[in-house]
Ligand binder design. Structure first.
Ligand SMILES: Cc1cc2nc3c(=O)[nH]c(=O)nc-3n(C[C@H](O)[C@H](O)[C@H](O)COP(=O)(O)O)c2cc1C
Length: 327
């Protein structure tokens, strides 16, 4: 089918979801290597005073081979968002995504993220401002939202229609309301309704964990693509497995050796991206996602997770893989 985002064309229908603290440049590169067709970076606050922070700067880092480079903005002030759009473009953004789905309290308390879904007039003003600045900069803008604020207020369709009118190139819908958090059951009917109604591509998100679910959601919603979040944590090879199943009907299981090589690549790229103390610390969560449940991991877990420098962490990891016969 294919999705056009400005001059970029996304051919496939398997997207990696933006996840703050996770989907940085190294993890996006790994998921794309395994077949993710598109990946948006972690959300970046639009407030100008935060732009120079190390955290924000890391969130607009890209490897040279990433295209298109998609930066996600979060905010509730139309002027600040406009300004942040220019800044994101200067930082290399080739697509700008607007976050209207984040349910975090510290985000919602300042009316950002999914809180905007119950502030319709302000949200609609923001969409219109972002549509204009997108045209001015020649950089496509996309929207990510939820189905609504709560069960009684499902207004994703209104936002999708307004976004389309404002010139947005795509809308992603997480099939939960804000009050549904991350654990309520996902509802794909609203996504299907939006996909039937608007002409811009709609991406379905929420609880897509395997090929059967991906296929079923694509068929049921008529969405142009599905977006996978938590199921990819510690399983970047999921994209390869789902893709093979969708394309060929059968999957060649990823071998332990392939997984180990992927983890080591991820580790190297992670250290290319961050200063050593930050890299050592932030890679621990990936290690726990990757290795929990793997044979022999419990006996070395504490040691690996307490390693305080790159050499020690890397060596312990290699030793563990070698002892298990995977390296
Ligand atoms: C750790 C974590 C961080 C997230 N950060 C973001 C973010 O920065 N921007 C965003 O739009 N959504 C964010 N999300 C939401 C996901 O993109 C996605 O919509 C949600 O997890 C549902 O998809 P899933 O069921 O496949 O995980 C985050 C989710 C998680 C679990």
């Amino acid at each position: 089918m294919g999705i056009n985002l400005g001059r970029y064309r996304i051919e496939g229908s398997l997207f990696l979801a933006p996840m703050a603290g996770v989907t940085d440049a190294p993890f996006r590169r790994l998921c794309r290597e395994f077949g993710a067709d598109y990946a948006v970076g972690e959300m970046v606050a639009s407030a100008a005073q935060l732009r120079k922070s190390r955290k924000t700067l890391a969130r607009v880092k890209f490897f040279d081979d990433e295209a298109p480079r998609a930066v996600q903005l979060l905010g509730a002030d139309p002027a600040a968002l406009k300004d942040a759009f220019y800044w994101a473009c200067e930082a290399g953004a080739q697509v700008v995504d607007f976050n209207m789905g984040c349910p975090a309290k510290k985000v919602c308390n300042v009316a950002c993220g999914s809180a905007l879904m119950k502030e319709e007039p302000l949200a609609l003003e923001i969409l219109s401002v972002l549509g204009e600045v997108s045209k001015e900069c020649g950089v496509p803008v996309t929207l990510k939202c939820r189905t609504g604020w709560d069960e009684a207020h499902k207004n994703a369709l209104t936002f999708a229609q307004t976004a389309q009118k404002a010139g947005f190139a795509m809308v992603t819908i997480h099939g939960r309301t804000r009050t549904g958090g991350f654990d309520s059951s996902v509802e794909y009917d609203t996504i299907a309704q939006v996909a039937r109604t608007v002409a811009i591509p709609v991406v379905a998100n929420g609880d897509i964990t395997d090929a059967n679910r991906a296929r079923a959601v694509l068929q049921y919603t008529g969405a142009a693509a599905v977006m996978i979040g938590r199921a990819a944590l510690g399983h970047p090879w999921l994209f390869k497995e789902i893709k093979e199943a969708l394309e060929n009907g059968c999957v060649r299981a990823t071998t332990q050796e392939e997984k180990v090589q992927a983890i080591l690549r991820h580790w190297r790229w992670h250290f290319e991206c961050y200063e050593e103390p930050v890299a050592v610390m932030t890679f621990r969560k990936h290690l726990l996602w990757y290795l929990t449940g793997w044979s022999g991991f419990e006996t070395v877990r504490a040691q690996i997770c307490q390693a305080g420098d790159a050499r020690t962490q890397g060596k312990l990891l290699q030793d563990y893989f070698a002892v298990q016969g995977w390296l």
